[in-house]
Design a protein around this ligand. Sequence first.
Ligand code: ZN
Ligand code: ZN
Length: 567
Amino acid sequence: MNKKIIIHTLEDIALHMELLGENPFKVAAFRKAAGVLEQDPRSLSEMEDILSLKGIGKGTGAVITDLLEKGESDLLAELREEVPDGLIPLLKIPGLGGKKIAKLHKELGIDSAESLKAACESGEVSRLSGFGKKTEEKLLAELETFGQRPDKLPHWELESVVHMIENVLHAIPEAERFLVTGSYRRMAEMSSDLDFIVVTKLPDRVTEGLMNSLPVLETVASGDTKLSVTLDAENPVDVDFRFVAAEQFASAIHHFTGSKDHNVRMRQLAKERGEKISEYGVEQEDGSVLTFDSEKAFFAHFGLPFFPPTVRKDGTELERTAELDGLIRLDDIRSDLHMHTVWSDGAESVKEMAEACRKRGYSHMVITDHTHYLKVANGLTPERLREQIREIRAVDAEIDGITVLCGTEMDILPDATLDFDDELLAELDFVIASIHSNFSQPLEKIMERLHAAISNPHVDMIAHPTGRIIGRREGYSPDLEQLIEWTAEYGKILELNANPYRLDLAEEWLVLAQEKGVPVAINTDAHSTGQLGYMETGVRYAQRAWMNRDNIVNTWTLERFLDHLKG
Ligand SMILES: [Zn+2]
Ligand SMILES: [Zn+2]
């Protein structure tokens, strides 16, 4: 259990109560308790008696006790039962919050997107107090595209579906071995479906096991070699399971991982040698089929080194074998330079984050909490930052095996000034500057803000330099070419944010940054110890751009890193 989960649960309860039209004072009590915990700088383990905090009452205290004892809240489970299924999805419609949806439900009986659409069309919604003609028109426009199935889903959205499927497959004894392939394995930002290769002698039993445990919406095909289903998730997901014999596994995963162009190139290579590649193996001139123990052995058959799935792209990778040795890998990473603690909107303390980074084998790390402009994240005032610096220095002195540096993730304000003055910034080891507000400003203003940050001698790095959420929002769309040029000019660092939702610095910009010699940092921006694991996503994404380990700041020794910061 951590603080973030408790806060989210309290907020979730408030939202469900609101949807049910509960007493506003009761709803407010849960929101208040969540706020009290968010504002408290201590982590859960540092709080001696969380129930005696001012703002935690009987009802909210019971929920917290539940969470601490059982890891889940009975009250939330009950509320989830009570709220009509169709109401929750409506929260995704811009302009509709819990209160408004409750009103629509109570007054007009609305319980789905369809009934809301009908009520808008008949003009009933605009007659409700607090809605009006304009709101009704806006809702209708939103409902036009609402619930439509997208062609492709972002990697982060598919990730939880992949984990669910993997858990189900692990529990089926007849599934001897399996792997997710396709563009998902290549770490594409978006994929249209999921392809699993499963080694089994009994496809029927595996099919039965899958059908029994997966949330299947529709079965598209089912046979001895393949099962195709559509699964119920946040958006429906198409999944193919292909059943193969153990000796075919390596060829099959290579074939279904692709890319198409990579496979075309491999087939050409085989043809030149009088061979033919298929999903089952490599056919020889005499008609016999060679199979392999691993993808590595498959590549070796053609005199090639192993190509990580992330670089299998347009076929030109076959000409880049010399770069494979320097390709960034997870075990090259020795630091994480961007993370949050309970001092702002993180879930754990400085010490807990430091312990977790040490366990990952890092030699150094930087604590970078938000600054006071970002009120929603409980950003630090100069006074609180100075207090935090003392705590970080103390943790650093206490903990062996890792160096804990003091940093900040400072807001770049809408008027192109910075949230802290130079005097305070000079007290820090590492300064990150970020845009978190006014994304819709004209490009010129956005660039003025970025320039103000990057030209400040104390600023070392620009974090998440686009603000995008993959598949959801564009971000503030800066002129990346210009930003990369400035970064080179001022000798700064750009961040590939490893959060799977973000991955700011899309592939083409990573390529350009590397070309211009701009150092790139892969940082998790973790808000809990668990999120430190995002590093793997970041590294795999960076591989797609053929990033060399020497260009990645997180592979540098502490000494080299500090030397670089000195300029
Ligand atoms: Zn940020
Ligand atoms: Zn951050």
